[in-house]
Design a protein around this ligand. Sequence first.
Ligand code: ASP
Length: 293
Amino acid sequence: MRHLITTKDFNKDEILELFKDTKEFLDEKPRTLLEGKSVTTIFFENSTRTLSSFESAAQRLGAKVLRLDTSRSSLRKGETLYDTAMILDSMSPNAIIVRHAYSGVPHILAKHMHCPVLNGGDGKHAHPTQALLDLFTIWTHFKGKIKDKIILIVGDIKNSRVAASNIELLNRFGLKIILVAPPHFMPHSNLEKSYKLDDKLIDKADIIMSLRTQTERHNKSIYASLKDYANDFCIQSNLIKNKKLILLHPGPVNRNTDISDEMMSDKRTLVLQQVKNGVAIRMAVLKKLILEN
Ligand code: ASP
């Protein structure tokens, strides 16, 4: 049984195949490919776009969606994760999508389930469909010519599962990654690093990926105030000027901390395109894992 727990679960050829389907699914037409199938979503951590994106994707392919209400979940009443997995499995879904604040939960569930498990984000560990949609957005923008493109990943990289998944995937596709963050947000890594965001870096960049400060994963407030952080790392027009590049963000965006209001409405900012691409890539992933397993 194949699952999608990290980006490493798919090889390069498989990802390029997924992109072919993704391109077709961008027409947003309803399909019957998964008619008669059921997809369960169980999100133990807040989500707006990933949950609705997966549910739209499943429905656009004709599947039925069962959303499990985690506020009433028996896990909160002391049921073990193993027992929850067994209960979910007994309902025989064709796929299950799980999000959890703890790294490793999707992996544990996958060991006990008889259907594909898709990771909708686990702790600081991984968010594979986000990285796939980011890569697809970059790949489409540069018409497939992405080798050696320079991407700055800016922000709370250390606590970001989006960054972790993107670093693995973008590296594999030959992009040059530069990590840009204050020391507290910088992970241990062999990649090129910068502790400040300046004109020199912007001049080099083809892509900037801005990240949200993951305050929910901090033990204590690391920056005296988010305003100080924003002064140094917010993506603003006076920094980007007329530079030809694209700006990505996985959302939710903290306006004027991650990206300024002005840059949010700039043509180079592809946040809404990322959301559109997200539904289509999740359709492609669901199709692959449900029909090919
Ligand atoms: N939505 C993304 C995630 O779930 C990014 C974020 O929350 O900052 O990881």
